[in-house]
Design a protein around this ligand. Structure first.
Ligand code: CUA
Length: 328
């Protein structure tokens, strides 16, 4: 019996361990591969806690199965008493003390790692980028005054200091490969940092329910060489801001071609080519019987409106075919 039991427990352990290896990596229960020192430290804590929980899971489930097998009725009559067991003081002391020890180890490890996660390495001069969470897009302001929407560009291997703010409701900035979450809260400025250790694109998502289009509030960080980053913030970002606003902000609700989605179809709407009227509605938002539009553009500059206007005129606005509208 004892041999059967221990070989069963061993089989369960092996099965779990192999399942763990098979499921590791993306799509499994492992976090995304860290690409920043703070994410690396979070990853270490994840595996420490995972180790404890996996061991406890195996122990508890193994004992459960063992007890089911060992104390089954074996055809005994319902009125007959089963085997009688009595309390075990030492066992009870052990299962009280061991969880306390485990919690102490986890708490100790967390407080030991916390400074490495929260605080950027000091000596380096960080690049400061302001992250603004909006219903329903992310906006990034670079040190040279340029701006991008949805996609942040950073130089590889350099410390990036993020000032995280929100003009409307609470959002949560989170690029898992580049560290933990940080909330974007109206009326205050939060700070976090990362240092992308390799080039590539790292994906993330607003992690705080912020309204109907929370789910589409994706963000990505592109890590590239310093010269590519410089080219991006001095040339590419300013030149493409109109297109970025369209695809990152307007198209989310109104469709990629303005054909309509959650928001109404706007491709034929002459408002698109009336700069001051459009600017008023985008800046202030509105609430009407047909629905509401958030003030998506309340922090945009005149140059950005002009760039959006030019883009709309050139690529989105399609005059309604003659005779297609009725008295409208
Ligand atoms: Cu912003 Cu969810």
């Amino acid at each position: 019996m004892r041999l059967k039991l221990s070989s069963f427990v061993l089989a369960v352990l092996v099965a779990l361990a192999t399942a763990g290896v098979a499921a590791a990596g993306n799509g499994g229960f492992a976090p995304v591969p860290p690409a920043s020192p703070n994410a690396q430290h979070i990853n270490g804590l994840y595996w420490l806690i995972f180790g404890f929980t996996a061991a406890i899971f195996v122990l508890v489930e193994g004992l459960l199965v063992a007890f089911v097998v060992k104390y089954r009725s074996r055809g005994r009559g319902r009125a007959v008493e089963g085997a009688q067991v009595h309390g075990h003081t030492r066992l009870e002391l052990i299962w009280t003390a061991v969880p306390v020890l485990i919690l102490v180890v986890i708490a100790g490890a967390v407080f030991y790692e916390l400074p490495n996660i929260r605080n950027a390495p000091a000596a380096v001069d960080p690049i400061q980028i302001t992250v603004e969470g909006h219903q329903f897009y992310w906006q990034f302001d670079y040190p040279n005054g340029s701006r991008s929407i949805e996609t942040m560009h950073v130089p590889v291997g350099e410390n990036v200091d993020l000032r995280v703010v929100a003009p409307d409701v609470i959002h949560s900035w989170w690029i898992p490969a580049l560290g933990g979450k940080i909330q974007a809260i109206p009326g205050r400025t939060n700070h976090t940092w990362f240092r992308a250790d390799k080039t590539g694109s790292f994906e993330g998502q607003c992690a705080e329910l912020c309204g109907v289009f929370h789910a589409s509030m994706a963000a990505s960080v592109v890590s590239e060489s310093h010269s590519e980053y410089e080219t991006y913030i001095t040339q590419t970002a300013p030149a493409t801001i109109g297109q970025q606003i369209w695809s990152g902000v307007c198209a989310t609700c109104h469709g990629n071609l303005g054909q309509g989605g959650y928001g109404p179809a706007i491709a034929n709407n002459t408002l698109l080519i009336q700069p001051s009227a459009l600017q008023a509605i985008v800046h202030n938002g509105f609430t009407g019987s047909q629905g509401a539009m958030p003030p998506v553009g309340d922090t945009w500059t005149q140059a950005e409106f002009n760039s959006l206007e030019a883009y709309l005129k050139q690529h989105i606005y399609k005059p309604a075919p003659a005779g297609a509208t009725s008295g409208g």
